[in-house]
Design a binder for this molecule. Structure first.
Ligand SMILES: Nc1ncnc2c1ncn2[C@@H]1O[C@H](COP(=O)(O)OP(=O)(O)OP(=O)(O)O)[C@@H](O)[C@H]1O
Ligand SMILES: [Mg+2]
Length: 272
């Protein structure tokens, strides 16, 4: 049932990295997880180990009349995935217009996905506002806002706290209640990074869901077609595991079905 959105006013902050790792970690716990990529960069599939040559997708197929189930892919991490689909710049602009005119094309299938009480839908989004995210926002149970521990991000924390980044007025207030912050690429030994963490703690309180260390293993893992959480001893892997725990703690979930035997994240799964 729950819909969790990885969002940010900024690009390149780790939305896709976090969405992929958290999805895999939650699936390793035996939950049914469906990844939904709203970003024309179409990158979530790469993090989750799908072949580069497969350019088919769910968003790019909107309006064609085919079911969302036809676009579903099964990843090696036990996460089902609806990739965005490969798209040229003009196609991306046409899709933006289609979604502004016909948000129901996206809302209806997502409503269907969420009708299963055992399914957790995790969506990855492009930076900033977009019509796909705007259409789904009223259905989002938890927005995980990702920022870096730098000066530019620190200036945005008040907007995250009061929900202005997700809307205005009552809508913003409602969105704020359902949003949490994650600081990514934190380096405690760097004074600026530590200061931004202090600011996030003071402003967000318990809505600071987690912190992920800057760790070269993250980029290396992607180049190696693995997830950082598979890299034993990585600082980011430990933080990501704690983040998945914290996220699960925020959601009132029915108990997972039988744990999947095929998960490659057995180390984490065995720590239950
Ligand atoms: N904790 C981390 N430590 C080191 N590098 C990281 C960390 N998290 C993410 N990165 C790196 O930062 C870059 C951006 O990450 P990612 O693509 O996940 O961000 P994004 O917010 O999804 O970007 P976009 O806005 O373009 O969709 C990638 O090269 C990724 O490997
Ligand atoms: Mg991304």
């Amino acid at each position: 049932m729950p819909l969790i959105a990885f969002v940010s006013p900024k690009g390149g902050v780790g939305k896709t990295t976090l969405a992929a790792n958290i999805a895999a970690l939650i699936a390793a716990r035996g939950h049914e997880v469906l990844g939904l990529d709203l970003d024309p960069q179409n990158a979530l599939r790469l993090h989750l180990g799908l072949p580069v040559r497969d350019e088919e997708g769910f968003l790019t197929g909107l309006g064609s009349g085919s079911s969302w189930r036809a676009a579903l892919r099964h990843t090696p991490y036990g996460v089902s995935l609806l990739p965005h689909g490969g798209v040229e710049p003009r196609g991306a602009m046409e899709l933006t217009r289609l979604l502004m005119d016909r948000p129901d094309l996206l809302v209806e299938p997502v409503r269907e996905m969420l009708a299963d009480p055992h399914r957790i839908v995790i969506l990855d989004s492009p930076p900033g506002p977009c019509p796909a995210l705007a259409a789904l926002l009223p259905m989002v149970d938890l927005s995980v806002v990702v920022l870096l521990a730098d000066g530019g991000s620190a200036s945005l924390i008040p907007q995250i706290a009061d929900g202005r980044f997700l809307g205005r007025g009552t809508l913003a207030t409602r969105a704020a209640e359902r949003s949490v912050l994650v600081l990514n690429q934190v380096e405690l030994e760097a004074p600026l990074s530590a200061a931004v963490l202090d600011c996030a703690q003071a402003t967000m309180g318990s809505r600071l869901l987690g912190v992920v260390a800057r760790d070269a293993a993250v980029a290396e893992a992607l180049a190696d077609r693995r997830l950082p959480v598979e890299v034993t001893g990585s600082r980011a892997a430990e933080d990501l595991s704690l983040l998945a725990e914290a996220l699960l703690g925020r959601l009132a979930l029915p108990p997972p079905g039988a744990a999947r035997g095929h998960s490659v994240l057995t180390d984490w799964g065995m720590r239950r």
